[in-house]
Every structure is written in C-alpha cells, then in structure tokens.
Design a protein around this ligand. Structure first.
Ligand code: DI6
Ligand code: FE
Length: 411
C-alpha cells in the first residue's frame, strides 16, 4: 500500500504532456500528489492499485489542466494611466502626452515615489485577478525605476507578492526598458550604468531570475541590447527580449543569437528571424493584449512560427501603458480571435509553452510525474470553453504545489 497526500479522481485531464498527442486528453483520469509533486497523472484504470491518500477529491467529471502560467507581466508599478487613456481617446497623440510628461515617464515617476508596501498593495489586486483564473506561476518584470534603488524595490516587491499568495513568482530585471528622464540624450551612458552598476548589484543580490530589454526605435538599439545581454550572460543570467513590437530591428534574431529563453511581441519579425529562433530553441511569446490596446494592425508571423516549429506562448503583458490586462483567459480568447491561434495552441500557450519561456518546463506546465502539483480545475464540458468565452471565469478550484483552494476563497 502506498499512502500519498492527495488524490483527485473522476476527472478529465488535459495533461499537455509532451509524451501525448495534442492536449494529451484523458477521459477518466486520476492525479496523485505527494509533498507538492505529482506522483501519478493518467488514466484511473492504470493507476497503481495499492494507492491510498490522506485526502481524496471527487472531481465529478470536471476538467483539470496544468495551473496557468502568465510568462510576461509588468505587474508591479506605481499609479496608473487611465487619465492618459482618456486624453488619447479625446485625440491626443502618444508624442503629445509624452512631451507633457506623460507616458512611461509618468509611471516611472509614480513608481519611484512608491515605497515597497505601496508597490505590493497596489499589485496584489492585479495578482489576485490572475490567481482567480487559475494562474499558479507568474513572471514579473522591473523596468519602471530606471535607477538601481527603484528597480531593486520593484523586484523585492515582486518577490514579496510570491510570499503573500500561493503562487510561484519569477522575476526579470528590465533596467533597459526606457531612457530615464534625467539621462535624456544619453542612451549609451544609461546602458553603461545598467551594465556596470545595476546588473551586477541585482545579480549579486539574486533578485532576478532573468534579464530583459526593450529593443526598439523608441527604446534601445540592437547594439545596446547586445551589450546588456553580454553582461547578463557573464553573470550567469538567462535573457529574453521585447523584440520587433513596433518595427523590425531584427530583435528576435538577436535574441536567438544569445540563446534567449524567449522573444516577445514579434509583430514585425520576419521569417529569417523565426528560423533563427527555431534553431536556438527560443520561445515566441505573443501578446495580443498590447496588440489590441494600441490598435496595432501588423500580425505576428504565426504561420512562419508553425512552419519552423517555434513554440508559441501567450501572456497578458499586464502593464499600465499598453496592456492594462489581468485576464489570461481573455488573453487566450484574443490569441484565437486576433492571432488565429487554434484552441489547442492557446491552451498550450498558457501552460506548456509558457513554462518553456520561463525555463521552468522541468518543474511545471504539464501534468507529468515529478512536476509541481499545480492544477486548475474547471467547470466546463470541453477545453474549447476556456478559449471561447469572453469575460466569464469557469474556475472551480486551483491547486498550487499540492495545496488546494476552492475558487471562492483565495484571499
Ligand atoms: N513594450 C510596451 O508596449 C510597453 N513596454 C514595452 O516594453 C510600454 C510600457 C508603458 O508604456 O508603460
Ligand atoms: Fe512587456
């Protein structure tokens, strides 16, 4: 007789296991967890017969997917940009708003003024919105401090969020997000500061799991991005990139050259860059929330990604300027309606492929033995409902590292 902590039975599984086809569906499934890890996930009929559990949950035929993963967010920041949104709706251009001290600089100002408690308490409702939809892992970037002290505080706040809720938080240092106003006209001076001062300090304090940059005409060049990546690699940190969002600077190819975990946005990426990503194993993270909110028309090259077998992940890009979005379910719907992803692609994009984008696929992202027991249990009849609905949340319960919470009692 083997006694385990918890068994979920009478459930239908979308395992997302790479050892199975498509979503890896199992009709009459069973999951067993011990010490927070999956020790069995598969057909109930094939489960070891001498398996018993301290706690058993009858799922009544409900569907279970891996816990969802939001692999690209800027969840921690001060203030918001609702007023700027109103100004834009009234006809003001992005440049006019920026010249009047608005735009990203206004978020930088508000973030610099916020202490860590304020950063945590304003981010918590956004995090809770993600959690309420079954998210069990979230990536959170810095990038609204643009000087060491505030960048550090953003990352500390992100880590603190992970101790205040049942969720895995991965942090990313995005010092090269924008040029701080006090260094106007001196991009290369700022990049030197990022590389010589900020990155070594952040790395020494182990505050970041990865390093990101914004490679774009309005942000940093390919050469400046390469300088940041070189430094990150020398400090042993993996890299990822905001690439080709507004124009094709061949940022995705640059990311591939550095073996980046992911290249994100990618609206203007060309096929050669996609091929380079495939060779490097770099995941494509597409962000339909930003595409929608800024009314972009250029679609990321989804067909080329499919042809070259580049894994596609979806994320909210939750940020105050271009994607004030805190729903991964809506993000899936947008992935399907705006980017024409299939249902299977959308579900894989917020589980298996999002885990790959974070370098965590050995730990989460599919229902496989040895992985963290991160589950989302849904009141649905078929997986397509997760992608089909708009603004409806069918989560029944969420399990993080084997710890179960019913959907009504998160906070
Ligand atoms: N891409 C974006 O769209 C945002 N950052 C980025 O790297 C813009 C962030 C903001 O406007 O606050
Ligand atoms: Fe972003």
């Amino acid at each position: 007789m083997t006694l385990v902590d918890h068994i979920w039975h009478r459930c239908r599984l979308a395992t997302l296991s790479p050892s199975r086809q498509g979503l890896g569906l199992i009709d009459d499934g069973l999951i067993a967890a011990q010490a927070g890890r999956i020790v069995y996930a598969g057909p109930a009929a094939d489960a070891p017969s001498a398996l018993d559990a301290r706690q058993r949950t009858d799922c009544d035929g409900r569907w279970i997917t891996p816990g969802l993963i939001d692999c690209h967010t800027h969840l921690v920041y001060g203030g918001n940009r609702a007023q700027e949104f109103e100004q834009r709706l009234a006809g003001a251009s992005y440049e006019e708003i920026a010249r009047a001290g608005g735009g990203i600089v206004s978020t930088v100002r508000a973030t610099r003024q916020a202490d860590i408690n304020e950063l945590v308490s304003t981010a918590l409702p956004r995090l809770d919105a993600l959690i309420a939809e079954g998210v069990t892992t979230v990536e959170i970037k810095s990038g609204y401090g643009l000087e060491l002290e505030t960048e550090r505080r953003q990352l500390q706040a992100a880590r603190r969020l992970g101790s205040e809720r049942d969720i895995s938080v991965r942090t990313t240092f995005l010092g090269a997000h924008a040029l701080p106003p006090e260094m106007a006209g001196d991009k290369s001076g700022y990049i030197d500061a990022v590389c010589d001062t900020m990155l070594p300090a952040i790395a020494a304090e182990e505050l970041a799991d990865a390093v990101d940059a914004f490679c774009e005409g309005i942000a940093f060049s390919v050469e400046q991005t390469a300088q940041v990546f070189m430094k990150a690699k020398s400090l042993g940190l993996p890299v990822r990139l905001h690439a080709d969002q507004l124009s094709n600077l061949h940022g995705a190819a640059l990311a591939a050259r550095f073996g980046a975990l992911s290249a994100d946005h990618l609206e203007y990426t060309d096929e050669d860059s996609v091929a380079a990503m495939a060779r490097a194993g770099t995941v494509a993270v597409v962000l339909p929330g930003a595409f929608y909110f800024i009314r972009e028309h250029q679609m990321p090259p989804i067909d080329a990604m499919r042809r070259h077998n580049v894994p596609i992940a979806l994320a909210t890009d939750s940020n105050p300027g271009t994607s004030p979005l805190t729903s991964l379910l809506l993000t899936m719907n947008m992935g399907a309606t705006l980017f024409r992803l299939t249902v299977d692609e959308c579900i894989a994009a917020v589980t298996r492929e999002a885990a790959r984008a974070l370098g965590l696929f050995d730990q989460t992202g599919s229902l496989d033995v040895g992985k963290s027991c991160d589950l989302a249990i849904w009141n649905i009849e078929r997986p397509a409902e997760l992608v089909y609905r708009i603004g409806f949340n069918p989560l029944h319960a969420r399990v993080w590292r084997g710890i179960s919470r019913s959907s009504a009692s998160h906070s």
